[in-house]
Structure formats: structure tokens, C-alpha cells
Design a protein. Structure first.
Length: 261
């Protein structure tokens, strides 16, 4: 009896089948691990991209807000400082000629023009020299002074005309002893009364006033040439008027020796 044919088992194929099956069995897990390894990198890339986009958007919003704020501040005068600062940062290239000249001098100090020397000129006429003004009162002594207002009677119009306001004075000459009445206007110092107080003068009170006196001067020289004048003088109060009367009578008595009738 013939022996059955011995079936040889291809042992060489079994390892291949096992390897193939093992590979198929383990490949999904390997792919899964590989995918898991790649996923964090992809997520990191997306996160960085999102952060970049967010930063760009925030910068855009901040820039827009800054522009709006500058515009608002410029409406209330706040933009001038920024413009001024920008001009300073630019070196004031568009500034005034003085600023450009100063900037050029800093860049090229050798080109700067030298300062001019001080030149002194002697004055032709020295205004500080004292000028002596003679009033013909240098040899006289003041014995009375009172502020008053003087009037002159005009015959043609039969009315009183004001001569001026100032100080009425009695001046006694140191050498000859004669006393005269002198009155000058305020500010201009122009003479409005100038005559000797002679004994024949009569001092009379003005009608209806206790602070005013009237007298006749035979030779008043206030206008240059001796002229007969009827004068009236008015004081601030009756007390000042009485003091004037006392000084007037005293001058008459002292001049009696020089002006005898």
C-alpha cells in the first residue's frame, strides 16, 4: 500500500504571514501614535497664528484710538505740543531763520561770524551839565508863601479876568531891604503879579467874601513894562486870607522907609 503523500508545510511562509499580520495589527496603533505626535505641533502652529492675528488687531485698534484721541486733543489745543515736539525731533528744519541759523552754526562752528567789538562814542554835548536858570530871586529872602488864585480887572469889558493859580510870595531883598509881591502860575511858573508893596496901597475885602482881597498896584511889571493894575486875590479860607493881610501890612511898614509919599 502506498504511503500517502506527505504534505510539506511551507514553514518559510508562516513567518511572513505572521509578520504581515503583526504589521497590520500594529500599524493602526503606530499611525495613531504618529498622528498624536504630529497633533501638538499643528496645534502650536495654529496657536501662534491666532496670537499673531490678535496682536495685529490690537495694534490696529490702539492706533485708531490714538488717532481719535489726538484729533480730540487738537480740538482743545492739545495737538500743538505734539507738533512742536515733532518739529524739535526733526531738528526744526522748517522753523524760523533764526533757528536754521543756530542749527547751521552748531554744524559748522568755524563758519560762524565773529562778534563785533563794542564801539564807544563820546557825546558831543553832555546833557548832564547843570544849566543855571536865573529868576532874579537869588538875592531875595522869602518871608511869606500861600497858595491862592489871582484875578485882574479889565476896564474895557468891566469884568474880572483870571490871571492864574499858584503861590503868592513876599520876597525881601538882602541888600536893599525892599519887599515885593511875586506870584507865578503853577507848572509854567509864568509871572502873573510882580510889584513892590508900597505904603499907599490899600488892601480892601472883596464884596461878599471873607477870603478875598482887592488892591491897586500903580506899577505892576508882570508883563514887562510897569502898568497900573487892579488886582484881586482869593484864598482857600478866611484864615489864609487874614495871614496874607498881616504879611501885606508888615511889608508896607518895612517899605515905608524906601517909598515915602
Amino acid at each position: 500500500m502506498a504511503e500517502p503523500a506527505h504534505q510539506e508545510v511551507n514553514t518559510s511562509n508562516e513567518p511572513k504571514l505572521v509578520e504581515s499580520e503583526t504589521k497590520l495589527a500594529t500599524e493602526p496603533a503606530a499611525l495613531k501614535e504618529e498622528s498624536a505626535k504630529e497633533t501638538p505641533a499643528e496645534g502650536s502652529f495654529l496657536t501662534e497664528k491666532a496670537t499673531e492675528v490678535a496682536s495685529t488687531a490690537a495694534a490696529t485698534v490702539t492706533s485708531a484710538a490714538t488717532g481719535i484721541t489726538d484729533n480730540v486733543f487738537s480740538m482743545f489745543g492739545g495737538g500743538a505740543k505734539k507738533e512742536k515736539k515733532e518739529d524739535e525731533d526733526r531738528g526744526d528744519n522748517s522753523g524760523s531763520a533764526k533757528a536754521q541759523k543756530a542749527a547751521a552754526a552748531e554744524e559748522n562752528p568755524e563758519d560762524e561770524a565773529p562778534e563785533s567789538e563794542d564801539v564807544h562814542f563820546e557825546p558831543v554835548i553832555r546833557l548832564t551839565e547843570k544849566v543855571d536858570v536865573k529868576t532874579n530871586e537869588e538875592l531875595e529872602e522869602q518871608t511869606f508863601k500861600m497858595r491862592a488864585k489871582l484875578f485882574k480887572f479889565v476896564k474895557d469889558t468891566q469884568e474880572w479876568k483870571e490871571r492864574g493859580t499858584g503861590d503868592v510870595r513876599f520876597l525881601k531883598h538882602r541888600e536893599n531891604g525892599k519887599t515885593r509881591l511875586v506870584m507865578r502860575r503853577d507848572k509854567t511858573l509864568k509871572v502873573c503879579a510882580n510889584h513892590y508893596v508900597v505904603p499907599d496901597m490899600k488892601l480892601s475885602p472883596n464884596v461878599g467874601s471873607d477870603r478875598s482881597w482887592v488892591w491897586n498896584a500903580a506899577a505892576d511889571v508882570s508883563e514887562g513894562e510897569p502898568e497900573a493894575q487892579t488886582l484881586a486875590i482869593r484864598f482857600a479860607n478866611s484864615e489864609n486870607a487874614n495871614l496874607f493881610k498881616e504879611a501885606f501890612i508888615k511889608a508896607q511898614q518895612e517899605n515905608e522907609v524906601f517909598f515915602k509919599a
